[in-house]
Design a binder for this molecule. Structure first.
Ligand SMILES: Cc1cc2nc3c(=O)[nH]c(=O)nc-3n(C[C@H](O)[C@H](O)[C@H](O)COP(=O)(O)OP(=O)(O)OC[C@H]3O[C@@H](n4cnc5c(N)ncnc54)[C@H](O)[C@@H]3O)c2cc1C
Length: 451
């Protein structure tokens, strides 16, 4: 079997794949795939490849998330302007794309609730941020508990921010469609292919695939999600950063709860500087409901099960103890929060009770099936602080995207267009098609909206 696979792989590589590329993107998540789409559309004569170790795009975090097309009310417009703008325009781009391609997209809204008086001030701030980030009067509304009861009788809270311009989708389906468009435009997708070694020789990148074959690339884009920092380290970039992985787990609710609320329900996060959000009540695009995600510390970007975490425990602990993560993991607040998450992983009742605070009707005994867990990788700097935003690193012939976290899927299209524009402007490519039409969008118009 191994021999057959290996022969098949060699034949496929020799027959269908050129060995020299202009640009190689590592990572076929929603980001790498979207990047390839715009890059290929703008640089038709360039040979571009996406390398993805899984057998399909969006196999990891991009296909294992909450599936929300988020309205940008959680983001400070001064500190996270690009991320907020990407989310705002990402919504309309995904909506349009889903309509044209007949893909899942349901405008079902989200309600952010304050369960105590302290949270009301936070909701007021979110209302202001949401409007500053582009939401209109009709998109977002603050309500007191009596007003909310009239439209959502099952929700218990002090106050609620109803956000109507928020939707549900399935990001693995969207990424797969973007991959097909990108392929049509000329991108090579090498699936089941892991970049196992990267080195520079005579000014070119030599990338070893699956430990066996080599390809060359003039320029490298690192969009490897939970492995992005490892790839950056392997070529001497971003040495001052490390990462910590958190598994977000979900529980599926029985069908009798499908109409409990009309929108998804989130609660005001108590510790927004840490990657621990309280689990939400989630309406999935297929009409089912789930509770989640928590954020359980794990030892690998693929730490979905015990076997993988045991395998990676020692190397990851050593890495963390020898980096800024050491300060984070010895921080008392972090430890307390992490213990809370571990408890909610070990006990279903503990997890459900976090949602029961605002949806008292939910009975943990009726919730019996686990959903699909996804992993968030948060970057920590040398001072032990969690990076508050995405990190973009320009190197001479490579570009790295680290800490590309929520709402990364929502903003993936405009954010990728921004990166491609940045690379084009720095003269890396010839900028052949400045006014390129990328599916339903004109590239220059996407960029204009992000200014
Ligand atoms: C629990 C959870 C819930 C979330 N919910 C939402 C949400 O509702 N809405 C939203 O907008 N965002 C959400 N997010 C955030 C969003 O999912 C991410 O920001 C986004 O998916 C990141 O995409 P990516 O392409 O950077 O990473 P990934 O999807 O992780 O893709 C990176 C890819 O790189 C590949 N790779 C890595 N190393 C190599 C290598 N050496 N060789 C080949 N391939 C390699 C991996 O296999 C992987 O497929 C959520 C995240 C989590 C964890």
């Amino acid at each position: 079997m191994i021999v057959t696979d290996s022969i098949y792989y060699q034949v496929r590589l020799t027959m269908t794949v050129a060995h020299n590329f202009d640009i190689v993107i590592i990572g076929g998540g929603i980001l790498g795939t979207s990047l390839s789409y715009f890059l290929t559309s703008l640089n038709k004569s360039k040979k571009i490849a996406v390398i993805e170790q899984a057998h399909s795009v969006a196999f990891h975090t991009s296909g294992r998330n909450t599936g929300k097309v988020h309205a940008p009310y959680l983001y400070n417009p001064e500190k996270k302007k690009l991320f907020a703008k990407s989310a705002f325009h990402g919504y309309e781009m995904w909506e349009e794309y889903a309509k044209i391609r007949d893909l899942p997209f349901k405008k079902d809204g989200v309600i952010e609730v304050a369960v105590d008086k302290k949270g009301i001030k936070v909701l007021e701030k979110y209302l202001k941020w949401g409007k500053q980030n582009g939401l209109k009067e009709e998109d977002i509304e603050l309500m007191d508990k009596k007003e909310l009861k009239k439209i959502e009788p099952e929700i218990k809270c002090e106050s609620a921010l109803c956000v109507y311009r928020d939707a549900s989708t399935d990001y693995s389906v969207l990424t797969d469609a973007i991959m097909k468009d990108s392929k049509k435009a000329g991108t090579n997708f090498l699936l089941d292919t892991k970049a196992t070694k990267i080195k520079k020789e005579n000014g070119k990148w030599k990338i070893t695939l699956n430990g066996q074959h080599e390809i060359n690339a003039k320029f490298l884009i690192n969009a490897a999600g939970g492995e992005a920092v490892d790839i950056a380290h392997s070529i001497g970039v971003a040495k001052n950063f490390t990462d910590v992985h958190f598994r977000g787990e979900y529980w599926k609710a029985p069908s009798e709860y499908n109409n409990l609320t009309k929108s998804s329900v989130y609660s005001v996060p108590e510790f927004p500087d840490y990657p621990f959000l309280d689990p939400h009540w989630i309406l999935r695009v297929d009409g089912t409901c789930e509770i989640g995600p928590n954020a359980v510390p794990v030892f690998s970007p693929h730490g979905y099960d015990a076997a993988e975490n045991i395998k990676e425990f020692i190397p990851k602990m050593l890495e963390m103890l020898n980096s800024g993560a050491r300060k984070a993991i010895f921080d008392k607040q972090f430890q307390e929060l992490a213990m809370n998450e571990i408890q909610s992983s070990m006990s279903k009742t503990a997890m459900v009770s976090r949602v029961k605070k605002f949806l008292p009707k939910i009975n943990p005994d009726k919730i019996t099936e686990k959903g699909t867990a996804g992993i968030r990788s948060s970057i920590i700097d040398e001072n032990g602080k969690f990076a508050p935003d995405v990190i973009l690193i320009d190197d001479e012939t490579s570009f790295h995207v680290l800490n590309y976290n929520s709402p990364g899927a929502t903003g993936a299209l405009p954010f990728s267009a921004h990166i491609v524009n940045h690379l084009n402007k720095s003269g890396l490519f010839n900028n052949e098609e400045e006014d390129a039409i990328c599916g339903p969008w004109k590239f220059s118009e996407i960029i204009e909206k992000l200014q």
